[in-house]
Design a protein around this ligand. Structure first.
Ligand code: HEM
Ligand code: NAG
Ligand code: NAG
Ligand code: NAG
Length: 512
């Protein structure tokens, strides 16, 4: 008897420890944690549902079945608009810990004390994939961090590449359209893709990144993050400084080659989502070391390029990385829709001491994300639990679609008033964002240096192969020529090798 029991429990142990895939075993784990049903089934209004209602509607009047009515009217409205970009993503929660304070240049409380921990929400997301798309596409990836600070939310809404695609915000919708679906075929379209690159050559630097190894990150845990924008910060004396944030994965940067990525896309389209969830479930918490590159007013004036241009990198040799802290993700969401889909990041979520960036793209983003979330989540999206700051909010905004929470109780609803409604505070050394002039700049200098010096020769070869693989699908011969011209303008060797790759691939590469 006893040995039988031992054997059974031994088998039980094997079965139990076999599940390293926490994501796959989630629902079983739920039952393991709940020995009984969690409660009596109710309608959304709280009425207990009986077996007759729950088991069948046949030969009964539907309208009297409140379980049916509740289920049907709710089910048809489960969907909300997806994000227009970055629709697919995975996220997690954790904390940011300051390892080196920023007090000499920035008065923001979030960075003012070594050892200070601030809770964070993070979401990672390929730009162009739809909500049900693949995790292993060749695409820049979003790296968005919400710091729930004691001064309200501070969001860094960045990418896994240090440069953006366009400098002028006017061109962003065109970029997105050119990389998403063709209006007739509803397929992504290489002619559209390369036509945008050719017509907006500033995008070539980001395009090179996208076709290089970092264009397909190996999951999200091995992906760096960049604020891209150069933020203006002020210290407690009101002195102005400028910073770019960088987050380097402690387990190293890893990428997937095109072949592996394509295989994975077929086998597990949610590869990166699964990897992140399982790593955190296993207690293998991903972490990043955070740095800032610091510039003075003198530095920005004396730089030989526009340090606010988001299509340009700030070379670390010239603007060294200064350590700031550590980002740790140690908690998965409990409910994906509530906590990750409803996350609303906005570059304009700033705190005293961090003023945002002076470039026009940032200015456009201050507006764009608010507008997107008003539409996607409704104008009270700030009241959704994951978006609520940890500090009390006192606003004069009221009413609108739910969730209104307590709707600011009975507090006066207009400003100014004589009846002790909320009042503004007086900021010491109030400073505004500087105004800058944004010139055209040199579009090819940094991409050339990247091609020549940042990549190893094997990396260059893979970059060329990846570009060739894309350009062979371009059917417009003139566009092919122009694309090669752009690549030649970056570097002759790059253009020639891509050309040779195309010729080798397509003997029918006519008229060139
Ligand atoms: C430096 C340039 C930019 C970077 C690094 C960037 C990055 C991101 C990231 C990471 C997200 C995903 C946020 C999330 O996980 O929920 C996002 C979403 C979005 N971005 Fe950008 N973006 C940039 C420029 C722009 C511009 C110029 C626009 C134009 C308005 C724009 C419009 C949007 C919109 C509408 C969303 C979806 C927001 C939502 O529905 O919640 N982005 N962006
Ligand atoms: C079950 O409980 C364990 C221990 O608290 C926890 O780690 C796990 O996430 C729980 N599983 C589910 C599905 O809630
Ligand atoms: C566009 O389609 C090609 C196949 O034609 C595919 O390789 C590529 O990953 C797609 N791009 C995106 C962003 O889905
Ligand atoms: C040419 O390109 C096609 C489409 O990308 C690819 O399937 C084929 O393997 C390539 N051939 C050579 C010789 O590179």
């Amino acid at each position: 008897m006893k040995s039988e029991w031992c054997l059974l429990s031994y088998i039980g142990l094997i079965m139990a420890t076999e599940h390293h895939d926490f994501a796959a075993n989630q629902i079983v784990s739920f039952r393991d944690n709940h020995s009984h049903p969690v409660g009596i089934l109710t309608t959304s209004a709280g009425k207990m549902v009986n077996y007759e209602e729950a088991e069948s509607t046949l030969n009964k009047r539907l309208i009297l079945n409140e379980f049916f009515m509740d289920t049907y009217t709710k089910f048809n409205r489960e969907r909300i608009p997806t994000r227009v970009v970055h629709a697919k993503g995975a996220g997690a929660f954790g904390y940011f810990e300051v390892t080196h304070d920023l007090n000499d240049i920035c008065k923001a409380k979030v960075f003012n004390k070594v050892g200070k921990q601030t809770p964070v929400a993070v979401r990672f997301s390929p730009i162009l994939q739809e909500r049900g798309g693949i995790d292993t596409s060749r695409d820049p990836r979003g790296f968005a961090i919400k710091f729930y600070t004691e001064d309200g939310n501070f969001d860094i809404v960045g990418l896994n590449m240090p440069v953006f695609i366009v400098q002028d915000p006017l061109f962003f919708p065109a970029f997105v359209h050119s990389r998403k679906k063709n209006p007739q075929t509803n397929l992504n379209d290489s002619n559209m893709f390369w036509d945008f690159v050719v017509r907006r050559p500033k995008s070539i630097y980001n395009t090179l990144y996208t076709f290089s190894d970092v264009g397909i990150s190996d999951g999200y845990r091995h992906m760096p993050g960049f604020s891209i924008h150069t933020y203006q910060v002020v210290n407690s004396k009101g002195a102005k400084f400028f910073v770019r944030f960088t987050f380097t994965p402690d387990e190293g940067v890893k990428s997937l080659d095109s072949q592996t990525a394509q295989t994975l896309a077929a086998v597990d389209p949610d590869y990166a989502t699964r990897d992140l969830f399982n790593a955190i479930s296993a207690g293998n918490f991903p972490s990043w070391t955070a740095y800032v590159q610091v510039l003075s007013l003198y530095d920005i004036q004396s730089a030989d390029f526009d340090v606010f241009d988001v299509t340009k990198n700030l070379p670390v040799e010239k603007y060294p990385l200064r350590p700031l802290g550590r980002l740790v993700l140690n908690q998965n969401q409990v409910n994906y829709f509530a906590e990750i889909e409803q996350l609303a990041f906005c570059p304009d979520n700033l705190v005293p001491g961090i003023l945002g960036a002076p470039d026009k793209l940032f200015e456009a983003r201050r507006f764009g994300y608010r507008d997107a979330q008003n539409y996607r989540l409704g104008r009270n999206y700030d009241n959704i639990i994951v978006n609520k700051p940890i500090v009390e909010t006192w606003t004069y905004t009221r009413d609108g679609r739910a969730p209104v929470k307590y709707n600011q109780w009975n507090v006066p609803n207009y400003y100014p008033n004589s009846y002790n409604g909320p009042v503004p505070f007086k900021e010491d050394h109030n400073v505004e964002v500087i105004e800058i002039f944004e010139g055209p700049g040199d579009d090819f200098c940094q991409p050339r240096e990247y091609y020549l010096y940042a990549l190893t020769s094997a990396e260059r070869t893979r970059l060329i192969n990846n570009i060739v693989a894309s350009l062979v699908t371009v059917t417009d011969p003139i566009l092919k020529e122009r694309s090669i011209d752009i690549l030649k303008a970056v570097n002759l060797d790059l253009g020639v090798r891509v050309f040779e790759g195309l010729v080798a691939n397509q003997t029918k590469y006519y008229e060139y």
